[in-house]
Design a protein around this ligand. Structure first.
Ligand code: 5AD
Length: 350
């Protein structure tokens, strides 16, 4: 095994921090042996905090309208072939009710950046959801908004917010997004969310076009410094109607290696095995857990709209990805040695 890489894994496991060039070296040396070593340490770091518990969050994708034009995403505004939908407040609450019955106690409300969901409308939905299910946590994932907007939503009862930083280097950000979007603003949003008292989730795609090992090293250093409560990472997967249609997908192996590194950076982080990971590999979820993940987010959206929330080609939305299959998901993860926990959040993390 590469000696320097092995030393770096030991150092990371002991100190939960590395220097930028050490992260870059590690990212460049993620061969099978190094990944196995990382995964072993990642599981050991997770064990005293979470045991074999896996947390489930019910995902409600409530609008596929988006004003942004990110080059990688199938929901980008200029994709005219994308069939758009928007759920009503009543439909969103019905999804949550169904989820509650199934055992979910955290709901993630996710959408494109849809201007129709004004603060007023979104706050009313959050308030109604918290009123109907006071024992549940509400996570929002609705993109960049003003600090005032984030403050109102928090006031309305939102507990957590997912906003992937996408890439920690401004140069790379500029190659993934059109000129109107700014890396500085995205980072500002994350700081605002943190200051407003949300539990914050950052994250990035693995193997996105133009991404270098140096970019990934910056992502890891950012996670180390920002210490987000959650981190969503998954492979980039091309979508046929985007400028990146012909770009190669990110790999399973690199994603798994990075999941382990992130677990070691912050042992108590909430780390999902994402839908994109489940899309590029049949057993992606279990492999994610073995690498150090501890969250899954089954889809609670109404069946008839699921296929329309197509961020990338072949996105899975049936089988164990569907919230209705919670039982079979539980069985599957149990076979891999994990126990699905539906209770709200986790008392062991602030
Ligand atoms: N492949 C993988 N992930 C994607 N996302 C958007 N498009 C793609 C794609 N083509 C991710 C982004 C975004 C999240 C909602 O989905 O990281 O933040």
């Amino acid at each position: 095994m590469d000696i320097r890489a092995a030393d770096l894994v030991d150092k990371l496991a002991g100190e939960h921090a590395l220097a930028l060039d050490d992260y870059e070296y590690l990212v460049e040396h993620l061969d099978e042996e190094v990944r196995d070593l990382l995964a072993e340490h990642a599981r050991a770091a997770r064990e005293p905090i979470y045991g074999h518990d896996v947390f489930v969050r019910g995902l409600i994708e409530f609008s596929s309208f988006c004003k942004n034009d990110c080059y990688y995403c199938g929901l980008r505004a200029s994709n005219a072939s994308c069939e758009r939908y928007r759920l009503t407040a009543g439909q969103i609450l019905a999804c949550a009710d169904r989820g509650y019955e199934l055992g979910f106690r955290t709901f993630v409300l996710q959408s494109g950046e849809d201007p129709r969901f004004t603060d007023e409308r979104l706050c009313a939905i959050v308030r109604a959801l918290k009123e109907a299910h006071p024992d549940c946590a509400v996570t929002l994932s609705v993109g960049e908004r003003t600090r005032e907007s984030y403050a109102r939503l928090r006031e309305a009862g939102a507990d957590r917010y997912l906003l992937r930083h996408e890439t920690a280097t401004p140069e790379h950000y500029a190659r993934l997004h059109p000129a109107g979007m700014s890396w500085e603003h995205r980072m500002q949003c994350l700081r605002d969310l943190r200051e407003l008292g949300y539990a914050v989730g950052a994250g990035f795609m693995v193997g996105s076009p133009f991404q270098t090992s140096a970019d990934l090293a910056c992502d890891l250093l950012f996670i180390q410094e920002f210490q987000p409560e959650m981190c969503g990472i998954g492979p980039f997967v091309p979508h046929h109607a985007t400028p990146f249609a012909n770009e190669p997908a990110g790999t399973l192996e690199q994603t798994l290696g990075l999941l382990s590194i992130i677990r070691l950076i912050k042992p108590n982080i909430l780390l999902p095995a994402t839908t994109a990971l489940g899309t590029i590999a049949d057993n992606g979820r279990e492999l994610g857990m073995e690498a150090g993940a501890n969250v899954v987010m089954p889809n609670l959206s109404p069946g008839d709209v699921r296929a329309k929330y197509l961020l990338y080609d072949n996105k899975i939305c049936t089988g164990d990805e569907a919230a209705e299959s919670l039982l079979s998901l539980k069985e599957r993860l149990a076979r891999a040695g994990y126990a699905v926990v539906t209770s709200r959040g986790d008392p062991r993390i602030a």
